[in-house]
Design a protein around this ligand. Structure first.
Ligand SMILES: [Zn+2]
Length: 229
């Protein structure tokens, strides 16, 4: 779930417009404090912004661990406490009238942190989509090719062991998820899976095809076909 309540320091409010703050809150998910690693719990987390010059890193902490504020990047080693969630299921696809589901792996690669840059031409905006586009992933729609990897970049590696899929996206993370028989079968049949990356939602137990359609058509999931290795 996107964060509903946040401590936001005045300096952050003076440097980021309301629109950027709303987007950040929608792409952050309350799990663990990025300072101590313990659960954020019921209280409102503190939003911190680390200023890296051309990019900003927005993160969640306990207000008592690292108060909300605008910091210069370098004061914190980021990433040690980042959480991810994923789900692996089938997505129905209509191939000339025949239903032929594809195995689909949806991941939120970092729940408690997100990066912003100004490369979108609209001030500071969350760069998840731009980052994954640069890695060869595309939003749902005519740009997306299913059943083969078409980008020049090397795709992440995917290995199926029993009913568990393991995805290795290098510096972007390693994720795994187990799946039901239908998903495993679809993955074997097509020798690959549709990998979808998003920070706009956190995959939970109930996550399924409807979420892919909802967030996908809104342009919030970046997808690519990853062959099994
Ligand atoms: Zn803490």
């Amino acid at each position: 779930m996107a964060v509903a309540e946040l401590y936001i320091a005045d300096e952050i409010r003076s440097r980021l417009p309301e629109k950027a703050l709303a987007e950040v809150a929608a792409h952050l998910h309350k799990r663990d404090c990025q300072t101590c690693g313990k659960p954020l719990g019921d209280k409102a987390p503190a939003l911190t912004v680390d200023d890296g010059g051309p990019f900003l890193s927005a993160m969640l902490h306990h207000q008592s661990c690292r108060p909300s504020g605008w910091y210069q990047l370098g004061s914190l080693v980021a990433g040690a406490h980042l959480s991810w969630t994923s789900r692996f299921f089938t997505l129905p696809m209509d191939d000339d009238g025949a239903l032929d589901p594809r195995a689909t792996f949806i991941v939120c690669p970092h729940l408690e942190a997100v990066h912003l840059d100004q490369d979108g031409g609209d001030g500071w905006t969350v760069n998840t989509g731009r980052h994954w586009r640069a890695r060869g992933f595309r939003p749902m729609g005519r740009e997306l090719v299913v059943d083969k990897w078409v980008a020049d970049q090397t795709p992440p590696r995917a290995r199926l062991t029993g009913s568990t899929i393991q995805i290795d996206a290098g510096l972007d993370g390693q994720w795994s998820s187990s799946a039901d028989l239908e998903t495993i079968k679809a993955c074997r049949t097509h020798n690959g899976l549709l990998l979808g990356v998003s920070t706009a939602f956190e995959p939970v137990a109930a996550t399924g095809p409807n979420d892919v359609l909802y967030y996908g058509t809104a342009g919030h999931i970046f997808l690519g076909w990853v062959p099994l290795t």
